[in-house]
Design a protein around this ligand. Sequence first.
Ligand code: SAH
Ligand code: SF4
Length: 363
Amino acid sequence: MAPARYDISRAELAVLLEGEPRYRVDQVWDGLYRQLIGPEQMTALPKTLRDRLSASEALAPALRQLDCVSADRGATRKWLWELHDGARIETVLMEYDRRSTVCVSSQAGCAMGCGFCATGQAGFVRNLTSGEIVEQVVNAGAVRAGAVLAGAVRAGAVRAGASGGTPARPANVVFMGMGEPLANYPRVWAAVERMHSDLGISARHITVSTVGIVPGINRLAEESLPVNLAVSLHAANDVLRDELVPINKRYPLAELIGACRAYLRAKGRRLSFEWALISGVNDRPEDAAELAALAGSLGAHVNLIPLNPTPGWPAVGSSPARVRTFRDRLVSLGVNATVRRNRGTDIDAACGQLAAGTGRLTA
Ligand code: SAH
Ligand code: SF4
């Protein structure tokens, strides 16, 4: 596969810039990772070089925008991108309280087959490259830079945004878009390292969400960067979890919880459990009690989100009243639980709800 703009290494860029003054490497790298611009916008470069780099395959962007929709008065945006081979992925940017979180896809489609998930229903297409993952963060940041810049102009400032005081890159990255990040481990990890070292996003602002791939969690525990771990639990007994999350048959709860415990010991990072509340299925008092026992034993935070409806799954999300009751029960059992606001449901933009509206994952 042809390497794209955010796949190439600094050494490969240096080769591309052979014959140019050495500082050009830093200049272009700075443009890509700090100013979040492509070579065609790098006006500090001589025109001939700019033209040569803009025409270079190795620096071609990996994502072509097919669609961008916004909700919550612009606070939530969702992009649909087409990749060079026609595969399609989505990215969501959420802004609240001056913090921004970008929800990235790690695969086109997903092979894990969770029945309630739109991505799972559509099946697996392919792994993303690390550059395709990083570029989602960069593009979300570039849009923010535009917003920051527009605000600065209104306020009479000369230049803020990408290269100025306010960093435009998103503050937080969550791997909760399409795909199972730990099933695409090497590329996801290379993307995490790039985000950390070149985009300047610290590990504690990066969250890897997994359906529970135990060997992947073990591998994460050995990395030097301590990212946050979110585990999509949804059920706290094997019978129900086997049904909701088929990979549980391969990595049952006892093993999964063991891996979470080892991760906590190794990294000291906060662990969170994701729990999509499905009416009458996993929102009963006994479900809360089972979940509280597991979460309590690990000091895990629980994120509750009412199940988003998808075309291929008959169950419905819990009503607001049942969500509240479930949350209150967890809290009374000593568990730290919050209800995730269901952002952008009107544009199908909530994380984990991706690809529903597009129907097809390839051109
Ligand atoms: N594959 C990873 C990350 C992507 S899914 C994982 O499963 O963790 C991101 C989150 O969205 C997961 O917690 C997933 O369970 C959740 N999700 C998927 N479909 C959903 C739906 N229809 N309603 C609510 N949450 C959903
Ligand atoms: Fe894949 Fe996560 Fe969806 Fe399950 S919930 S099918 S692991 S993207």
